[in-house]
Write a protein that binds this ligand. Structure first.
Ligand code: SF4
Length: 244
């Protein structure tokens, strides 16, 4: 077992102990999923920002990012037949469907769910923490893969093997709390030449912590090949609003 695998296994044990209820809740065959909410809004981030989008938010997460803005999805949710999840998502009528969480890849049903949404002709996006293996995701899905910077408190959980799996339809996202986070992301982007591996490299300032202007200044000084993004929904609605 490599050092990274050992660190991850140790962290997994910690999370399973601390959040055993959530882990049991999401276990299953894949015929059902624990759903936090399904609703229609606009896509708030990525190169799809501003477009109408149906969000399928799955319950539970095995990480605890310090600045997480969806802690309400850590627990609870309703176990729902996958066929019903697909029907509800399609009924909202948007071309884009985002499967998000929590961490969607904790649930066995997430992979067939995305395939069925693709089969139905939808443009499907997955937002994942970067801790889970993304290799089983349908090749038609746009995978938005987070890389957790030190300020999240979860950077030891990054699965660097995922970087080699990225393709032109995928996007790598960094949420940055401060200069230290920025320098960590810059080093990874330059070392791995992430702009050549993924379709987009996204930098997001933590809302209310890192002023966007500072991030833009740093990116321009370094000529960093990345896209700065703001979470549109936090400007359209109250930043604390849920289900928007
Ligand atoms: S991975 Fe996402 S849902 Fe989980 S704690 Fe981090 S930000 Fe929140």
């Amino acid at each position: 077992m490599s050092e990274a695998d050992s660190t991850r296994a140790s962290a997994d044990r910690h999370v399973l102990l601390a959040h055993g209820k959530a882990a049991r809740m999401t276990a299953g065959t894949g015929d059902t999923l624990v759903i936090h909410e399904i609703y229609r809004s606009i896509q708030g981030e990525t190169s799809f920002a501003g477009l109408p989008c149906t969000l399928v938010r799955l319950s539970a997460c095995n990480l605890r990012c310090r600045w997480c803005d969806t802690p309400q999805a850590f627990t609870g949710g309703t176990r729902t037949p996958r066929s019903e999840v697909v029907a509800r998502a399609l009924s909202l009528g948007t071309q884009i469907v985002l499967v998000t969480g929590g961490e969607p890849l904790l649930q066995a049903g997430a992979l067939p769910l995305m395939t069925e949404l693709c089969d139905a002709g939808r443009t499907v996006m997955l937002e994942t923490s970067g801790e889970r293996d993304i290799s089983g995701v349908d090749a038609r899905v746009h995978r938005i893969v987070d890389m957790k910077a030190p300020g999240s408190g979860e950077s030891a959980r990054n699965r660097y093997e995922n970087l080699a799996l990225l393709g032109a339809r995928d996007q790598v996202k960094f949420v940055l709390a401060d200069r230290l986070d920025y320098e960590w992301a810059r080093e990874l982007i330059v070392r791995e030449q992430l702009q050549t591996k993924a379709g987009e490299v996204l930098l997001s300032p933590v809302h209310g912590e890192l002023p966007p202007k500072e991030l833009v200044t740093w990116m321009l000084e370094d000529a960093l090949p990345a896209r700065m993004q703001l979470q549109l929904h936090k400007y359209i609605w109250d930043p604390a609003a849920q289900g928007v």
